[in-house]
Write a protein that binds this ligand. Structure first.
Ligand SMILES: Cc1cc2nc3c(=O)[nH]c(=O)nc-3n(C[C@H](O)[C@H](O)[C@H](O)COP(=O)(O)O)c2cc1C
Ligand code: SF4
Ligand code: SF4
Length: 286
C-alpha cells in the first residue's frame, strides 16, 4: 500500500490542520442536534471522543461519514448526557499509562449506550501494553461491553519524554491504520486486538513502580503542577476553552488554574504564547 509522504510540520500547524487550535477537548461540543436525535430518528453512528492534542479528534473525523455525529466526552459529561442510542456507537480516546483517561473511565461507568455495534479505538504514542484488555474489563464491568477494540499509534504527546515536533517526523503508518479500522468497522467486525502476557505484566510492573491507582489514573491537581507566566500570557482564553475539566479562569488578576486535572496537556499544547509550563513533574511518572 502506498504511504503518505512524511512531512515535517510544526505542532501548531498540525493542530491548526486538525481544526483543533482553540478547540480542544472541551470546545468541540455536543451539537444542538443531540437533543433532537434522542427524540426523533436514531442516528446511524455516534462517535464519542476525548482528545487533548488532536490525535483522537483527527481519528474520529477520519472515521466519520455523513451519518456520523461526533460528540466530545467532556461536553457530554458537562451537559449530563449519559444515555445515548444509535445503530453504532464508537469511542476514541488516548491511553494514559495504558488506561483510559479518568474522565473516560467515569463516563463509561455511568453511561447507558444502546447500539447494535460498539467499537473503541485507543490511540497511543509509544507503548500500548494491554490497553485493549483494560478497556474490555472496564467496559464489561460497567455493563457496556464493546464488540471491537483496537489501538492506533500516533504522535506521542507525553511532554516529559517526547518532543512532539520530533514525533511528527516519524512515520506512524496512520493512513494504513485508518484504512484497516475503517474496513473493520464498516464490516462490523467483532474482534479485540490481541495482546501478550508480557504486555500485561509490563502494565502491572508500571502500576507497581509508579504507585498509580488505576481508578484515579493520572488525576492530579492543576494548581500543583502548572504555572502561568503572567508576562507572556495575552489573556486569549485558549486554555479556558480547551481544558476538559474547566480548570482555567480569566480573572482581573490574570489567568488562574485550579482543579482536578487529567494531566492531558491540552492547556500547554494550545497556549499560543507557551505561557503555561510545569512547576514540576510527578516523580514516579517521569
Ligand atoms: C498523561 C499521559 C499519559 C500517556 N501514557 C501513554 C502510554 O502509556 N503509552 C503511550 O504509548 N502513550 C501514552 N501517552 C500518549 C498519548 O496516548 C498519545 O499521544 C495520544 O494519541 C494523544 O491523543 P490526543 O492527541 O487525542 O490527546 C500519554 C499521554 C499523556 C498525556
Ligand atoms: S495562558 Fe496561554 S492560552 Fe491561557 S490565556 Fe494566557 S496566552 Fe492564552
Ligand atoms: S489543566 Fe489539566 S485537565 Fe486541564 S487542560 Fe491542562 S492538563 Fe488538561
Amino acid at each position: 500500500m502506498k504511504k503518505e509522504p512524511t512531512q515535517t510540520i510544526s505542532r501548531r500547524s498540525a493542530l491548526k490542520r486538525m481544526g483543533l487550535l482553540v478547540a480542544g477537548a472541551a470546545a468541540l461540543g455536543v451539537p444542538a442536534t443531540l437533543a433532537s436525535c434522542q427524540n426523533k430518528r436514531v442516528p446511524s453512528r455516534l462517535l464519542l471522543y476525548f482528545t487533548a492534542t488532536g490525535n483522537c479528534l483527527y481519528v474520529a473525523r477520519q472515521l466519520a461519514d455523513e451519518n456520523t455525529r461526533l460528540l466530545s466526552i467532556p461536553q457530554l459529561v458537562k451537559q449530563n448526557h449519559y444515555n445515548l442510542e444509535a445503530d453504532e456507537i464508537g469511542i476514541v480516546y488516548p491511553i494514559y499509562g495504558h488506561m483510559p483517561p479518568t474522565m473516560v473511565r467515569r463516563f463509561i461507568q455511568r453511561a447507558r449506550l444502546t447500539a447494535q455495534y460498539k467499537f473503541a479505538v485507543l490511540t497511543y504514542g509509544n507503548r500500548k501494553c494491554n490497553a485493549v484488555g483494560l478497556w474490555d474489563d472496564i467496559s464489561r464491568q460497567a455493563g457496556c461491553p464493546f464488540d471491537y477494540i483496537t489501538t492506533m499509534i500516533m504522535v506521542d504527546n507525553w511532554l516529559p519524554n517526547f518532543d512532539m515536533a520530533e514525533q511528527m517526523k516519524i512515520d506512524k503508518y496512520i493512513p494504513e491504520s485508518l484504512s484497516r479500522i475503517r474496513a473493520d468497522i464498516g464490516a462490523r467486525r467483532r474482534w479485540h486486538e490481541p495482546f501478550t502476557d508480557k504486555e500485561r505484566q509490563q502494565h502491572e510492573g508500571f502500576l507497581a513502580r509508579t504507585g498509580i491507582d488505576p481508578e484515579q489514573c493520572f488525576l492530579l491537581r492543576s494548581e500543583k503542577y502548572f504555572d502561568i507566566d503572567p508576562g507572556t500570557c495575552i489573556g486569549c482564553a485558549a486554555c479556558v476553552e480547551v481544558c476538559p475539566r474547566g480548570n482555567y479562569e480569566l480573572t482581573a488578576r490574570g489567568v488562574t488554574t485550579e482543579g482536578d486535572c487529567e494531566f492531558c496537556f491540552a492547556c500547554i499544547h494550545n497556549c499560543p504564547q507557551k505561557a503555561i509550563g510545569f512547576k514540576h513533574l510527578p516523580d514516579a511518572r517521569c
